[in-house]
Unconditional design. Structure first.
Length: 198
């Protein structure tokens, strides 16, 4: 009889996404209307645009979990005064967890590039984590990433970083001290300065 050691056991990706969402949803809920125009660590996005982007990511990665094609060509405007966009974001993150918990979701390949499904799920996990940090520091909110999520992301981001930089998804890696936390290392690998403040 063989056993799987804790170091090699894979946490179901839906559980990781759920853990990340638990930290992300309160940040989005905590964004005041007066903060929508403030800058974020993502130079191309203010808070409103980044929430729109993250909402779109959450919706499209549900499609990828179901092995359907995603459409990132345009980003719909979801942050509007006539919608409860905070509650809608919470509902869509719940749907994202459900999509990746479906049988077979993290098996095989997914998306236009034919990547391993778990790698695709890591992209959603990364967006939920780093954009939650982006929005928290931009709007002066506390944020603490789930340790298990960050531990999963360290190796995943290191593996995807070269291609992500080639396509302009990540910026140049930011140097961090040896004592940097795992989250700071993840942020730095994506091109963010962990010391960024509004």
């Amino acid at each position: 009889m063989t056993s799987t050691s804790p170091s090699t056991a894979r946490v179901p990706v839906a559980a990781l996404i759920e853990a990340a969402a638990r930290q992300t949803v309160p940040v989005v809920r905590g964004i005041g209307d007066d903060a929508l125009i403030v800058p974020t660590p993502c130079a191309d996005y203010d808070v409103r645009a980044l929430v729109d982007h993250l909402h779109h990511v959450v919706v499209q990665f549900q499609e990828l979990a179901a092995k359907r094609e995603a459409d990132f060509s345009t980003t719909p405007s979801t942050v509007r005064p006539d919608t409860d966009w905070r509650a809608e974001f919470a509902r869509e993150t719940g749907a994202l967890v459900t999509a990746w918990a479906a049988p077979g979701a993290e098996e095989g390949t997914s998306g236009q590039l034919g990547l391993p499904a778990r790698t695709v799920a890591h992209m959603a996990l990364l967006d939920l984590t780093v954009h939650a940090w982006d929005l928290a520091v931009a709007t002066g909110q506390p944020y603490e990433a789930d340790p298990e999520v960050v531990a999963e992301l360290v190796d995943a981001v290191e593996a995807m970083a070269p291609q992500a930089r080639e396509y302009g998804v990540f910026g140049p890696e930011v140097p961090v001290p040896a004592r940097a936390t795992a989250l700071e290392r993840v942020l730095a690998m994506t091109g963010r300065d962990p010391r960024w403040r509004a």
